[in-house]
Write a protein of this length. Structure first.
Length: 429
């Protein structure tokens, strides 16, 4: 079968994927609630977040038979899931700045800001960075609805990392939390994400749990069935003084630590490493990698990084096949672009990277073998429901990886052009 015919077959199979409902069940109160923006649960497949005392402790995919009570069926499954007990939450959290970078998505931004203003954190501010706007829509919605609680900052240079650095410069908090304009934050999100900084003076970064806000399209279901953005339900601290045995390329496998839609940094630590590399991130030719760059730079300075599943945001996944193609290519490009940025800005890390490479490649080959055998839910294999990860998307990710270093260098050139002429120096950014 030709590659073109195989891709058409993959797309036909993709279009047959059915939607999945999203809900949450708290073991303590026994109440089944629909996910954010979802209707009450009926019969059919349901992705269920399990909570204990309000905190996320697990998830599962369930099915409610026609005519059955969703609460009874899914509640019983949740109780069988063996969700662990949760530790008491230390406190209080430090004064925090929340930074949201956005570009021409005023309606979606408003939903994100509504969830920010519902946070139970006792002391925080919100900064919206309007990145290279072409209209006044973002300014208008901030000033009309949120002027008393949200600061608006305009950043004319395109690029997510540039926008984030503008937010870092404007921040007044001891900790800076970052999220995106396409999320709905759990009311406990900010407290759970930032309270670890009060308990650990060596902590430089924290990341949290990202779950799907809805699973209505084949693209959303496919992405989530192969892992999505979630990093599990076990808290974990990464310490550069004690590299984890299961991470042969630590700290360069930064994608394992979390994602930019749910991350926070100690302000002094992030500023000390110069913030994010402005030639990385969405909106540049590098396509991504700004968050990964920040994780590694802070870890390389000796700070710890903590992942907590208790800090939850609900993310609106991409909706179409074309979106997945763009995302796959961007992930590959962002990965190698951020590695290029790390080695350009911190060449002293090159020996450590080269020394870890043989074990890292061996580890990657073992994972690839398991994936090709159809075990696990990683891209390239099958999830538990039989949705194969399309080879077309894997090829695009590999192609993006080849592009990443070139894209990073192009982005650096474009930034220099913008600095001297005040306009974009590369039409393809």
């Amino acid at each position: 079968m030709s590659r073109t015919a195989r891709t058409r077959q993959e797309i036909r199979r993709f279009l047959d994927i059915d939607p999945v409902q999203v809900a949450e069940f708290d073991l303590d109160d026994g109440v089944l609630r629909p996910g954010p923006g979802s209707a009450p649960v009926t019969h059919g497949e349901v992705f269920v977040l399990v909570r204990r005392g309000g905190r996320p402790v697990g998830s599962f995919l369930g099915r409610v038979p026609q005519g059955s009570d969703p609460t009874a069926v899914l509640g019983a499954a949740a109780r069988r899931s063996g969700a662990p007990a949760v530790a008491p939450r230390p406190g209080p959290p430090p004064y925090t700045t929340v930074v949201i970078a956005t570009r021409e998505r005023a309606g979606r931004l408003a939903h994100a800001l509504d969830s920010m203003l519902a946070q139970d954190h006792p002391d925080f501010e919100i900064v919206v960075v309007d990145n290279a706007p072409v209209t006044d829509a973002t300014r208008d919605v901030v000033e009309r609805k949120y002027a008393e609680r949200v600061r608006y900052v305009r950043e004319p240079v395109p690029g997510l990392a540039v926008a984030h650095n503008t937010g870092v410069a404007a921040a007044r908090g001891k900790v800076i939390a970052f999220t995106d304009d396409d999320v709905v934050a759990d009311p406990r999100w900010l407290t759970e994400l930032t309270v670890p900084f009060a308990a650990d003076p060596r902590l430089g970064c924290a990341t949290g749990l990202i779950l799907p806000a809805r699973l209505r399209t084949p693209a959303q279901v496919l992405l989530e069935s192969h892992g999505g953005f979630a990093k599990g339900f076990t808290p974990r601290t990464y310490d550069p003084a004690r590299p984890p045995a299961d991470e042969p390329l630590f700290p360069f496998t930064a994608g394992r630590f979390g994602s930019g839609a749910n991350m926070a940094f100690r302000t002094g630590a992030l500023r000390a490493v110069g913030g994010f590399d402005p030639a990385t991130g969405a909106g540049t030719a590098a396509r991504g990698g700004d968050d990964l760059y920040g994780f590694v730079r802070v870890l390389a300075q000796g700070h710890r990084l903590h992942y907590t599943p208790y800090a939850l945001v609900w993310h609106h996944h991409r909706e179409t096949w074309r979106d997945l193609e763009t995302q796959a290519y961007g992930y590959g490009a962002g990965l190698t672009a951020y590695l290029t940025a790390i080695l350009v800005n911190r060449p002293a890390l090159l020996p450590a990277f080269v020394a870890r490479l043989p074990r890292g490649l061996s580890h990657a080959r073992s994972l690839t073998a398991a994936r090709d055998a159809g075990r696990g839910g990683a891209p390239g294999g099958h999830d538990d429901r039989g949705h194969p990860w399309p080879r077309r998307l894997s090829r695009l990710q590999r192609r993006g990886m080849l592009h990443g270093p070139v894209g990073y260098l192009r982005a650096r050139r474009a930034l220099r052009a913008f600095a001297t002429t005040g306009r974009d120096g590369d039409e393809r950014l």
